[in-house]
Design a protein around this ligand. Structure first.
Ligand code: ZEM
Length: 278
């Protein structure tokens, strides 16, 4: 008699989904005329993958990308998630074409495709996340980091997920090397680099090579460079000012390959927190 183990059984009965085709269809929608002045939704898709995952709490295994609980208004209405309804909507045509993929998998896959298409590392995708049935599965609001706070807050939030200092620096440097802040979403304004739709290690170069001064405006405290075009959040400057973060950030500034490699594994880990394939 032969028995299948659970993994083999799942592989046999699961309807086959062509993830390569889904990847291609996500790549095809990245350019959106009029979006953010640079016609590219890659950055907001990466933010969606990050915010879906960054609610994880290692201690009680709640939150995380499995479940796609940001579909429900409670989590969507967490002020930290302002603007991410647009990212969700952009992916609807892909979901309609491939109804077999869960939203939870789609959001994570979309963030991987966006990173790769913007010139970043390729991240191998492991499917199997399921969509939670109701708002009851949402983690409490307020678990994502606060940009106005310092290194102890950053460590508290990322250590809660089970991530370490190297992973923190790689993730923030990659995430904020693309995209920008919006006054109608977070209240902050502007991009971190002059190449917001290209995945690079420029964030670290800007952080150390520029002089960052307080922006004089009515909005929340943020910093600007001498061109007044680029910005840093108070939390970003902690990556330069905290001695341990600084050491790692300087390494990534000088060694792009090490940064890409570490970012890819940290982002995969982040987006798989709390997710067991079988
Ligand atoms: Zn962000 N992030 N982030 N981030 N982030 C913003 C935008 C983007 C913090 C934060 O407060 C903010 C990570 C970590 C941290 C991205 C990716 C990643 C914005 C602006 C804020 C305020 C939102 C807006 O107005 O649209 C803080 C405090 C963080 C840690 C301490 C990590 C980790 C990320 C991924 C790996 C991305 C891609 C954006 C740009 C979004 C866009 O629409 O352009």
């Amino acid at each position: 008699y032969y028995y299948y183990n659970k993994e083999q059984f799942t592989q046999l009965v699961k309807p086959k989904l062509d993830y390569q085709a889904v990847r291609g269809d996500i790549a095809n929608i990245l350019e959106q005329q009029g979006w953010d002045g640079y016609n590219h939704i890659g950055p907001v898709l990466v933010r969606l993958g990050w915010h879906a995952s960054g609610t994880y709490n290692k201690a009680d295994k709640t939150g995380g990308s499995d479940g796609a609980t940001m579909r429900f208004s409670k989590e969507q209405n967490d002020p930290a998630n302002a603007g991410l309804q647009h990212a969700q909507k952009f992916l609807e045509p892909v979901k309609a074409k491939h109804p077999g993929i869960s939203y939870a998998d789609l959001w994570v896959l979309a963030s991987y495709v966006a990173i790769e298409e913007m010139g970043g590392p390729k991240i191998d995708f492991t499917p199997g996340r399921k969509d939670a049935p109701s708002e009851a599965s949402c983690p409490p609001n307020g678990r994502l980091p606060d940009a106005s706070k310092g290194s102890s807050h950053i460590r508290e939030v990322f250590y809660r997920m089970g991530l370490n200092d190297r992973e923190i620096v790689a993730l923030i440097g990659g995430g904020h090397g693309i995209g920008k802040c919006h006054t109608d979403r977070s209240g902050y304004d502007g991009p971190w680099t002059n190449a917001p739709t290209t995945f690079t290690n420029l964030y670290f170069k800007e952080l150390f090579d520029k002089t960052w001064t307080q922006k004089k405006w009515n909005g929340p405290l943020q910093y600007e460079d001498n061109t007044k075009k680029l910005m840093m959040l108070p939390a970003d400057l902690e990556i330069r000012n905290d001695p341990e973060f600084k050491k790692i950030a300087l390494e990534y500034k000088e060694n792009k390959d090490a940064f890409f490699k570490d970012f890819a594994s940290a982002f995969k880990k982040l987006t798989e927190l709390g997710f067991k394939q079988f």
